[in-house]
Design a protein around this ligand. Sequence first.
Ligand code: ATP
Length: 202
Amino acid sequence: MNKPKPFLVGVTGGIGSGKSTVCRIFSILGIPVYAADDRAKWLMANDPNLKKEISSQFGEKSFLEDGSLNRAFLAEEVFSDPEKVKKINALVHPAVGEDFKKWTKEQSAPYLIKEAALLFESGSYKELDYIINVSSPLKIRVARVLLRDPHRSEDQVNHIIDQQMPDEQKNELADYVIKNNDSKLILPQVLEIHQKLCALQK
Ligand code: ATP
């Protein structure tokens, strides 16, 4: 008999909410995780078609002489221009979507995880069966990101937060919410959701 197809679970949450931390636990439990934001960066630097499109829309300065992505230039280009953010997302999101589809075919597990900050904003939540939102108070998120990313200023972090869907809205849209604050442990919450998801497969 054919094995049932694994279902697809999205893990989302604003910057610094703890998505990657939560996904590391799922990964230890044997669940394959597709880190869409990391993969997007990889594709921008390595996918020849995507590179060509970025060059033609944002100019040749988008890549350095050695062919690597000119992150500083692109960040400066799109940082404060919502139209340019839309334009680059319109190139990158479909490429990630295709890459994710290919990846799912190579996996074998009860369910698979796609981790991304903008699952709701990008519309890609529609291709997933269940969504988990990692929810964390703003103050904690900003403090954790500043500690993790010394190159970022508080203004930059707040600017990114302003571009993302508010946490309350994500909590309403999600099937499961993991609270990552200073008073709740994430491990038992992940285990509970993992058990529920595994039971759904049977
Ligand atoms: P981004 O959107 O920027 O990728 P993220 O949502 O993936 O962020 P993480 O990188 O998992 O967030 O967490 C942000 C920082 O906070 C990391 O340095 C992580 O180690 C730390 N962190 C996350 N959860 C906790 C926690 N419960 N206690 C202490 N530190 C935490």
